[in-house]
Design a protein around this ligand. Structure first.
Ligand SMILES: [Zn+2]
Length: 97
């Protein structure tokens, strides 16, 4: 059984521009020559080309450069603990001597 998701749906939505009558503002079909509302000649109105609904490509996140901050933080913590241990040892040695 195939089906479910249709790929390449031919019935894509295409925005068909309309003629807007400059005299009365009525919306007319793009092929008409006279306004359906007031009957004036609107055949001279230029119709913009139909704009297909293009899907904007999803934003591609650029690969982030490797961050060394966590490593340096951990290294800093380790160095700090080592310093504390050394100081404690020195203190103990000084106290014992
Ligand atoms: Zn009109």
């Amino acid at each position: 059984m195939e089906g479910g998701i249709d790929k390449g749906n031919p019935s894509e939505q295409v925005r068909i521009p309309h003629k807007f009558c400059p005299y009365c503002g009525a919306k007319n079909e793009p092929r008409v020559d006279n306004c359906a509302n007031c009957g004036k000649d609107i055949s001279w109105i230029e119709i913009p080309e139909p704009v297909p609904t293009l899907e904007t490509p999803p934003y591609k996140p650029e690969p982030l450069p490797p961050q060394r901050e966590p490593l340096s933080r951990r290294a800093l913590a380790i160095a700090l603990s080592i310093v504390v241990v050394i100081l404690a040892v020195l203190l103990v040695v000084l106290l014992l001597t």
